[in-house]
Design a protein around this ligand. Structure first.
Ligand SMILES: NC(=O)C1=CN([C@@H]2O[C@H](COP(=O)(O)OP(=O)(O)OC[C@H]3O[C@@H](n4cnc5c(N)ncnc54)[C@H](O)[C@@H]3O)[C@@H](O)[C@H]2O)C=CC1
Ligand SMILES: O=C(O)[C@H]1O[C@H](OP(=O)(O)OP(=O)(O)OC[C@H]2O[C@@H](n3ccc(=O)[nH]c3=O)[C@H](O)[C@@H]2O)[C@H](O)[C@@H](O)[C@@H]1O
Length: 432
């Protein structure tokens, strides 16, 4: 089948590469020349394990990239993987999405035959029906549900394991208005992925599909905030929250995943999606008090890390190491990274900050915090430091040992339960 994907960022590039790998002919459309050039050269525009292999195999063959939206006319359906960032007040900013949908509609104005537009981006309930479908009609001159249609097919992949997650989903959600042509196109699209596996396919309405995506993310973010709240209480009692988490995770109703307490959740989506849903709930007349608290607990965790450091040292004018800048291991993405709040807190205390991350996350961070010293290894960051704050659970931090001996004052505040506690270092776990 011929598939177009509009937007070739974290989601679009991996989805495009995976669909090509599944045997479809895919054209990736992006407004960024650099992204298009990289994709055509078989190079990933972002750091994502498994993506380089897929791109080098399929670029120039089943996968090509272009800046021309007109290319989507030669395809059966178009996936929209455009960003949906937050506005200042937390509500969803649809401007990029609407500009992209406008581009798609204008291209479709000159296409004969049925075309399905599939919204992969995360949008608040009602967006597709109330904003995107009318915009498509206006720009294409076609009627949704007749010559064209729109479906919602949210994506649940994680950064760092995007390819594996996309190819092995726990569910696939098709949100449609019930049009059989749309459903059968979606089924044909995913048929090579599903094969004879029993992957649940949720066929539902467009609003429900939009809400399922938020509910999924917000539930997971809340789960981490609950374990962080419990972890903070555990710390006060001298209880190891990881032992508690392991035990409660044995209850099927709770489940073992997402019970790692620490400095909190970040990333490109949990923060923006919790904010967008809270704002959307408010504008629909509901006060989401629990979700407000979920965010409150999350924002408190970096502050608690700094308070633990304060308990051991006055860091004004002193060198302090920040280990890990990406919002989680396996990515160079710093969006929503807890490291930002940690760096800001250290700067307020007048510390000389030295930071290390194994990826190019440091380059992105440098744009925001140019006064921080970025170094090439954890050893270099730790040498001469009066404290170390571990913010990302990169495997290589678990192997650190004698590097701590080179610190001026070996105070280690572990926000991710990754460093081994041992004699010779003053170790503080955030929730244990
Ligand atoms: N990042 C992730 O792991 C996940 C993201 N999502 C959702 O997927 C959506 C996309 O997110 P990301 O991939 O992270 O975004 P991104 O910011 O990484 O990539 C977006 C791409 O769209 C391009 N673009 C902007 N306007 C365009 C236009 N008019 N036409 C063509 N291309 C255009 C940009 O140049 C960029 O390459 C968001 O709604 C997000 O919430 C969902 C699941 C996972
Ligand atoms: O919509 C999205 O973009 C995606 O958001 C998350 O994926 P992602 O942000 O890539 O990363 P996660 O692995 O979910 O981690 C999110 C944050 O929670 C933190 N976390 C996670 C698990 C845990 O037990 N404790 C914890 O603090 C991580 O360190 C990280 O900062 C969801 O897991 C995906 O299903 C979803 O598609």
């Amino acid at each position: 089948m011929n598939v177009s994907v509009v937007g070739s960022g974290y989601v679009g590039s991996s989805v495009a590469a995976c669909f090509a790998d599944l045997g479809h002919d895919v054209v990736a459309i992006d407004i960024d020349d650099g992204v298009v050039e990289r994709l055509n050269a078989g190079e990933p525009p972002i750091h994502e394990p498994g993506l380089p292999e897929l791109l080098s195999e399929h670029a120039g063959d089943r996968l090509r990239a272009t800046t021309e939206h007109a290319a989507l006319r030669d395809t059966d359906l178009t996936m929209v993987a455009l960003p949906t960032p937050s506005r200042e007040d937390g509500s969803i900013d649809l401007s990029i999405m609407e500009a992209g949908v406008r581009d798609i509609g204008e291209a479709l104005a000159e296409k004969d035959g049925f075309h399905l537009v599939v919204i992969k981006s995360t949008v608040v309930p009602g967006t597709t029906d109330e904003r995107l479908a009318p915009l498509l009609e206006e720009t294409s001159g076609r009627t949704v549900g007749e010559e064209i249609d729109v479906a919602v097919n949210p994506e649940f992949q994680r950064e760092g394991t995007a390819v594996e997650d996309f190819l092995n989903p726990d569910k696939i959600v098709f949100g449609t208005a019930g049009d059989e042509r749309s459903l059968s196109l979606l089924e044909e699209l995913y048929a090579p992925l599903v094969g004879d596996r029993e992957i649940p396919i949720v066929r539902t309405g467009r609003r429900e599909a939009e809400m399922i995506k938020y509910a999924n993310n917000v539930f997971l973010a809340s789960k981490v905030s609950i374990i962080n709240e419990l972890g903070n209480i555990c710390k006060g009692f001298g209880v190891d929250s990881y032992e508690v988490a392991e035990a409660i995770g044995l209850d099927d109703r709770i489940g073992a995943a997402f019970l790692r307490s620490g400095v909190g959740w970040g990333g490109s989506c949990f923060p923006k999606d919790t904010d967008a849903l809270r704002a959307a709930a408010r504008s629909a007349g509901y006060e989401p008090e629990l979700l407000d608290a979920v965010v409150g607990v999350n924002d408190r965790q970096p502050r608690r890390m700094l308070e633990l450091l304060d308990g051991h040292a006055d860091v004004a004018g002193k060198r302090v190491a920040v280990l890990g800048l990406a919002f989680k291991p396996g990515t160079d993405d710093i969006r929503g990274s807890r490291a930002k709040l940690v760096i800001e807190g250290l700067a307020e205390r007048g510390a000389e900050i030295v930071a290390y991350d194994p990826t190019t996350a440091a380059e992105h961070m440098r744009d925001l915090y140019p006064d921080v010293e970025y170094v090439d290894s954890a050893a270099e960051a730790l040498a001469g430091a009066h404290g170390a704050l571990v913010v990302t659970d990169w495997d290589e931090f678990a192997a650190l040992d004698e590097e701590f001996d080179a610190m001026a004052d070996p105070v280690v505040i572990d926000g991710r339960r990754i460093v081994e506690r041992r004699d010779g270092i003053t170790y503080e776990g955030l929730t244990w």
